[in-house]
Design a protein around this ligand. Structure first.
Ligand code: ASP
Length: 323
């Protein structure tokens, strides 16, 4: 096939697939506004808090912030906020981002000593002309906004870090206590979608390492016409495939939330020489019709969903059946 006929045939093929980058859900398909919230992992307290806000006419943005804050304040959770596992040097550093139904977003990276990273991310979105603020600047900004400085390294996480230092073996942990980055997506009674994501990142990461969670398009993406997606697991793999944006764009092409998550996971595992058996990535997604879905590489991932039928944690379908 010469170049001209190749271009011609691929052009025809993409038209045949109905590829449409500007597609939106048709008005007739839009759901009545029953609120819904979904989150990565078994975090029923967080989804309950978000649901209470959604159910009393609150905005999806408020629901996301307050829901994520529940886990950030939970000292027992070793992957988010206070109590998060530290980096190799013993510092707990937080990454978070938030995105609203207008397409606004804010993010904080490598934030130290302030536990509500999601709220600082929202402040970045609402009070600054920027999207991302990192490190010392992020902390300085948070303190100027009135956030409290506190030690985030709990006795338990310190003990675990000291034990880890005996061998200093670095290997991503698959499904930390079945509870990892908290990613949350919500639709409110006005049918507006928002999302957020908060984490202390990979346990014992190199100092300064940043994962997918504060990166819009990788850890989280919202398009109010289509839906939203959020990721958890080995952030490097999510960044390399711009995972959450990809999931939303697949939903735009008509894939269900579950199939869109599955396709995005396959994009990771089918890379040449992928060592996917050694790490976990999971996505959850919601579309404008209020349909939800999730998919992960390994067994053990779950999604919590609170809607008019109640608060439930559902096991996620997964790719690696040989695991
Ligand atoms: N995605 C997070 C990161 O890479 C960690 C996780 O979800 O376990 O920082």
């Amino acid at each position: 096939m010469d170049r001209r006929s190749f271009i011609k045939s691929t052009g025809v093929a993409s038209l045949g697939m109905g590829l449409n980058i500007n597609k939106t859900f048709s008005a007739s398909k839009q759901r009545p506004s029953n609120p819904i919230v979904v989150a990565t992992w078994d975090v029923k307290n967080a989804t309950k808090k978000a649901w209470e806000i959604l159910n009393s006419q609150g905005s999806s943005l408020d629901a996301i912030e307050e829901g994520c804050k529940v886990e950030e304040a939970n000292k027992d959770g070793q992957s988010v906020g206070i109590g998060g596992l530290p980096d190799r040097e013993g510092d707990v550093t937080l990454d978070a981002c938030i995105m609203d139904y207008k397409g606004n977003c804010g993010s904080v990276v490598y934030l130290k000593n302030v536990k509500h990273a999601i709220s600082v991310a929202r402040m970045v979105m609402e009070k600054t002309p920027h999207v991302m603020i990192a490190g010392d600047g992020a902390k300085k900004f948070a303190l100027a906004m009135g956030f409290k400085e506190e030690n985030l390294l709990t006795e338990k996480s310190k003990k675990d870090w000291i034990k880890w230092k005996e061998n200093e073996k670095y290997q991503p942990i698959i499904n930390i206590e079945n509870h990892d980055t908290i990613g949350m997506l919500a639709i409110d009674k006005n049918n507006n979608i928002s999302g957020g994501c908060t984490t202390s990142g990979l346990a014992y990461k190199m100092q300064g390492r940043v994962g997918d969670s504060p990166i819009i398009g990788a850890g989280l993406f919202i398009d109010n016409e289509i839906g939203g997606a959020v990721a958890t697991g080995l952030g490097e793999e999510v960044i390399k495939t711009v995972g959450s944006f990809f999931v939303v764009e697949l939903m735009r092409q008509g894939y269900s939330p579950k199939d869109a998550c599955k396709f995005a996971i396959e994009r990771i595992v089918k890379k040449p020489e992928s060592n996917y058996k050694n790490f976990q990535v999971g996505y959850i997604a919601v579309n404008k019709n209020g349909e939800t879905g999730s998919y992960s590489i390994q067994k053990g991932f779950s999604m919590t969903q609170y809607d008019i039928r109640g608060n439930k944690t559902l096991d996620s379908p997964y790719y690696n059946k040989m695991g």
